[in-house]
Design a protein around this ligand. Structure first.
Ligand code: FAD
Length: 419
C-alpha cells in the first residue's frame, strides 16, 4: 500500500466507491481503504439457494419523485443495470393486510387506510407547525390499527415511534420508482465497483489532522494525505472507532449523536417450490392478537423467496435470540398468512444482524425527536480537509443511491480545495 496520496477515502460502500470514481475523473490521487474483506458495505447479496440471491442490505432500487430536478434523488444503479443487461423488474406495491390469519375485508381495509391517512396528516400538520417531536406523540397508539402501523414504521423509520423524529420521517425522499435486481442489488454494486482499486482488510484506526498533512493510521501501516473522505456510518463515528486527533468538534459529534443508527433486520426464507400461487405476490402486513406482527414481502421476482422485515427494539431483541429463533419467527408469520402447509416446503433462510455488524453498528441513520436539524451538519466538512459522505449525509438518506450521490458531492468538495 502506498504511503502518500492526495486523499484517503475511508470505506468502500456505495459512497466510498462513487467518491473514488469521481476523484479519478477529477485527476486527483487517492487510496481507498476498506476494513472488511469485501466492497459494497451495506449493499451485499448472498446466495440463499443455487443462483437465487438474497440482499441482506439494500434490495429495492429506488428513485425519488424529483429525480429530474434533483439529480441526487435519481438512481444511477438502475441505468448501470440496464447497460449491463442485468435483469431488473419494477416493483409493484401490491399491499395485503392480514390479522389473526385472516385477510382484512373491504370495510376493515378502508378503516385501516383511514387510520394511516390520519397518521400522515397528523405528522404533516405537526411538522408544518415547526414541531419536531416523536411520532408517538402525534399518532393515536390506542387505535385498533395502531399495531400494524407501529410495526411498519419501525421497519421504515427504522426506529420505534417514540424514538423517531417526525420531521426526519416527513422529509424522507419518497420512493417514487422502485426496481429489484434478479441477481441482487449487492451484486450489482459490487460489479459496478469492481474496477476501483481498494485496499481490503484495512481498518482505519486513527486520523491525525494536528499537522499540515493528515496522517491516517491503518492496521496495515500509515498513509500521509492532504484530505480524507470518511464514508463510515454514524454508528462507527459515534462509537469513536476511528480516533481523531484533535477530536472531531462538538458540533459534528452532536450531529452524529442526534442522528444515530436505527435497527432494520430481515429474514429471507427460500421455499423449495412456489407455494404461493400467481396472485399472492406483493407485500403483506400481518399482525395478530397472539404474536408480534411483521412486514412480509412475498415471492419477489418469482424466486420463491419471502422476506420478513422487523424494525426497532423488536428487531434488536430478535437479533440477540439468534438465527434459529429468527427463522422460526419468519416461518410462523408466513404460515399465519398462507397456512401450515407451506412448512413442508421451507428451504434455507438467511437472517441479518445489522445492529451487531462490526463495520456499521446499525442499519441506517434516523434522527432522534428534536434532532432533525442535525442532518444539515452531517455532510459539512471540517477545516477544508476532513470531508464526510455516506447515506446519513445524503438528501435521499438511508438509501444506496443517496450514498452514491453523497460520495460524488464529497469528492467535488475535495476537488474545489485541491485543484
Ligand atoms: C436492512 C437494510 C435494508 C436496506 N434497504 C434498502 C433498500 O431497499 N434500498 C436502498 O436504497 N437502501 C437500502 N438500505 C440502505 C443502504 O444499504 C445504505 O444506505 C447504503 O448501502 C450505505 O452506503 P454507504 O456507502 O453510506 O455505507 P456502507 O455501505 O456502510 O459503507 C461504509 C464502509 O465503511 C467500512 N468501514 C467501517 N469502519 C471502517 C474503518 N474503521 N476503516 C475502514 N473502513 C471502514 C465498512 O466496512 C463499509 O464497507 C438498507 C440498509 C439495510 C441495513
Amino acid at each position: 500500500m502506498p504511503t502518500q496520496t492526495d486523499v484517503v477515502i475511508i470505506g468502500a460502500g456505495s459512497a466510498g466507491l462513487s467518491a473514488a470514481k469521481e476523484l479519478t475523473t477529477q485527476g486527483i490521487s487517492f487510496i481507498l481503504v476498506e476494513a472488511s474483506h469485501r466492497i459494497g458495505g451495506r449493499a451485499y447479496s448472498e446466495e440463499i439457494a443455487p443462483d437465487v440471491w438474497f440482499d441482506l442490505g439494500c434490495a429495492y432500487l429506488v428513485s425519488g419523485p424529483d429525480a429530474e430536478k434533483h439529480i441526487d434523488e435519481s438512481n444511477p444503479f438502475i441505468d448501470f443495470a440496464k447497460k449491463q443487461g442485468a435483469f431488473i423488474e419494477q416493483y409493484q406495491y401490491d399491499a395485503h393486510y392480514n390479522f389473526d390469519g385472516q385477510a382484512l375485508d373491504d370495510l376493515e381495509k378502508k378503516e385501516q387506510d383511514k387510520f394511516y391517512k390520519e397518521c400522515e396528516d397528523a405528522i404533516r400538520s405537526s411538522v408544518s407547525s415547526g414541531d419536531d417531536c416523536a411520532i408517538s406523540e402525534i399518532v393515536d397508539l390506542e387505535d385498533p390499527y395502531a399495531k400494524p402501523y407501529m410495526d411498519m414504521m419501525a421497519v421504515t423509520a427504522p426506529k420505534d415511534l417514540d424514538e423517531a423524529s417526525a420531521a426526519d420521517f416527513f422529509h424522507k425522499v419518497e420512493e417514487h420508482v422502485t426496481f429489484n435486481a434478479l441477481r441482487g442489488y449487492g451484486n450489482l454494486v459490487a460489479h459496478w465497483g469492481s474496477d476501483t482499486k481498494v485496499s481490503l482488510d484495512t481498518k482505519v484506526e486513527s486520523v491525525d489532522w494536528s499537522g499540515g498533512d493528515i496522517l491516517v493510521k491503518t492496521i496495515k501501516g500509515s498513509i500521509r494525505a492532504r484530505c480524507i473522505i470518511s464514508t463510515v456510518s454514524n454508528g462507527i463515528l459515534a462509537a469513536q472507532q476511528i480516533h481523531f486527533n484533535p477530536r472531531l468538534p462538538d458540533w459534528k459529534m452532536e450531529a452524529v449523536q442526534g442522528v444515530p443508527m436505527g435497527a432494520e433486520n430481515k429474514i429471507g426464507v427460500h421455499f423449495t417450490k412456489d407455494v404461493f400461487g400467481p396472485e399472492a405476490g406483493g407485500y403483506y402486513q400481518a399482525w395478530s392478537s397472539k404474536a408480534q406482527g411483521a412486514y412480509v414481502d412475498v415471492n419477489l421476482m418469482s424466486t420463491n423467496v419471502v422476506t420478513v422485515f422487523m424494525g426497532g427494539r423488536f428487531s434488536i431483541w430478535m437479533e440477540k435470540q439468534g438465527p434459529q429463533a429468527a427463522h422460526e419467527f419468519a416461518v410462523d408469520r408466513i404460515a399465519d398468512i398462507f397456512g401450515n402447509d407451506i412448512r413442508k416446503s421451507v428451504g434455507r433462510s438467511i437472517s441479518t444482524a445489522w445492529v451487531t455488524e462490526p463495520w456499521t453498528l446499525g442499519s441506517y441513520a434516523c434522527a432522534l425527536p428534536g434532532q432533525f436539524h442535525q442532518r444539515e451538519l452531517l455532510p459539512r466538512a471540517i477545516d477544508g480537509r476532513l470531508f464526510f459522505a455516506g447515506e446519513a449525509t445524503a438528501r435521499a438518506n438511508g438509501t444506496c443511491n443517496g450514498a452514491y450521490w453523497s460520495g460524488v458531492r464529497a469528492a467535488r468538495e475535495v476537488a474545489e480545495v485541491i485543484n
